[in-house]
Write a protein of this length. Sequence first.
Length: 257
Amino acid sequence: MTRLRLANAKTRREVAEARLGISEPTLHRIETGKVPVTAANVRALCWLYGVDQSVTDALAELAVGTSQEEWWDSNPVIPDWFKLYVGLEASASQMCTYYSEILPGELQTEQYALAVFAAEQAADEETAQRHVKLRMQRQKALFAREPAPRLAFVLGENVLARPVGGKAVFDAQLEHLRDIAKHDAVDIRVLPFSVGAHAAMAGAFRILDFDDPDDPDTVYLESHVGALYVDEQHEVDEYRRIFQLIHDLAVPLEEHR
């Protein structure tokens, strides 16, 4: 795709400004093979570059092989919109996370996670079990990484006030949380109710940073049916500013009562 872009004398900025739904940082990741490219993206780029239909069809068929397959790529439980996040998580050097309702998946115990999925009242209990197993697999991979990624969490006090799964499950979850907070590379803080209004009241978000200067930092925003990946520098900087504001107001987990 890089050769096609250069043959058309287009910069990545010009492609991003063509309103294809592909930002400049995302195009960089596609061209350097750091994320899989979808057939839809291939067809959109080929249209912009004026590629004929036969070549476009051939490139779209090759799109499924644009990245080395990892354990999550072939997992039928993981929706396509989340596979990109799992890949980014696996290579991020730092993640800054704000959650206000529940604990982030990487901090959950298995029983807490089961209670979360049970609350969604899914018709297929087996699918919920597979999702929990996947969550535990992600946790294991994340905390086994060397060097360990730096993990900073700000949790709304509501997270520690909601007894998900009942008292026994929640007590075990809190103990697990305290154990994780002892890791040198982990910073868990609580944003007390007493601070009143704060900068992150619009909702949960996650900032993923990467050591490679050519790999753009990304903000991940998740909904029930999909996710938004924000990687324009000025937008990432704004989320970073918001995270710093709430981090300064939050108290370390061990000091929270």
